[in-house]
Design a binder for this molecule. Structure first.
Ligand SMILES: NC(=O)c1ccc[n+]([C@@H]2O[C@H](COP(=O)([O-])OP(=O)(O)OC[C@H]3O[C@@H](n4cnc5c(N)ncnc54)[C@H](O)[C@@H]3O)[C@@H](O)[C@H]2O)c1
Length: 274
């Protein structure tokens, strides 16, 4: 018997990286998955984003793990498209228990695109999280069986973990802090309905968002910050693995975490306690 048997999980940004890892790990625990991803490039994002092939591979891996999955291409910035994707999953599985607003970008930009990078960052990382919760919530409330919403923030959601103040980085830090406010609001409002809401705060994770050549080059422009002990994890690990975050997500989604709500949950190798 898995720890998430019969639960249905709605995940954004599920084509690769942490979203894919959560989908597979949760399928191993018995969950069915509604997986959404933009599968397209946002121009202010400087590394390649996920593709339709990536989302299909998530589906393959979930099915290999014994899970059922519905995949849809949708942009979390587009509420109508997101609602349509969610509704398709709901039609297939009948209900949703767990919501993982995970889709994210690291907009670091070229000359001239800076203002757009701020708007893309906020639209995806803050408005996109809000819209992900809003499209799923009515069905959870109507069903009346509780549930769990687990927002992927970052160590940059509780500290100024950024290399500089250019608009893309500023938007990232602001939005990742912003979702903590959303979490606290929803956690207090939804507690009487037994819907728990928490944020998860990973340190650097080994995914294409940061493990790419362009980010390495960008970081090298700020060696005094990127190389300083203040920017490193106290535990001897430069980047954690996606499954380290997935294991925390499984705990929070399962009945083991049934009275854990309103919490900012670090998975950070000691970063926030530096
Ligand atoms: N990698 C890290 O170091 C790190 C650390 C802390 C937090 N995070 C956060 O973790 C989450 C997952 O990121 P990841 O590390 O797996 O990176 P990733 O780039 O591998 O995955 C992010 C996924 O989100 C999708 N996506 C982006 N914008 C979207 C949109 N508007 N609509 C729908 N899908 C969209 C991408 O296509 C991609 O598949 C993000 O919220 C990120 O900010 C990452």
């Amino acid at each position: 018997m898995g720890r998430l048997e019969d639960k249905v999980v709605f995940i954004t940004g599920a084509a690769r990286g942490q979203g894919r890892s959560h989908a597979v790990r949760m399928a191993e625990e018995g969950a069915s998955i509604i997986a959404v991803d933009i599968c397209d490039q946002i121009p202010t994002v400087f590394y390649p984003m996920a593709t339709r092939d990536d989302l299909d591979e998530t589906a393959n891996l979930v099915e290999k793990a014994g899970g059922r999955i519905v995949t849809r291409v949708a942009d979390v910035r587009d509420r109508n498209a997101l609602q349509g994707a969610f509704d398709d999953g709901l039609a297939e599985f009948g209900h949703v228990d767990v919501v993982l607003p995970n889709a994210g970008i690291m907009p670091v930009i070229n000359e001239g695109e800076q203002e757009q990078a701020w708007h893309d960052g906020i639209a995806t990382l803050l408005t996109g999280v809000w819209q992900t919760i809003e499209v799923a919530l009515p069905s959870m409330l109507e069903r009346g069986q509780g549930g769990s919403i687990q927002i992927t923030s970052s160590a940059a959601g509780l500290s100024s973990m950024a290399l500089n103040t250019i608009p893309g980085q500023a938007a990232y830090v602001a939005a990742k802090h912003g979702v903590v406010g959303l979490m606290r609001l929803y956690a207090s409002q939804l507690a009487p309905h037994s819907i728990r809401v928490n944020t998860v705060h990973p340190t650097g994770v080994n995914t294409p968002m940061v493990a790419n050549e362009q980010y390495g080059k960008f970081a090298m422009e700020f060696p005094e910050i990127a190389g300083s002990p203040k920017y490193q994890n106290p535990m001897p690990v430069p980047l954690i693995d996606p499954v380290d975050v997935s294991n925390a997500m499984v705990y929070l989604a399962s009945d083991e975490g049934r009275y854990v709500t309103g919490v900012t949950f670090p998975v950070d190798a000691g970063y926030l306690n530096r």
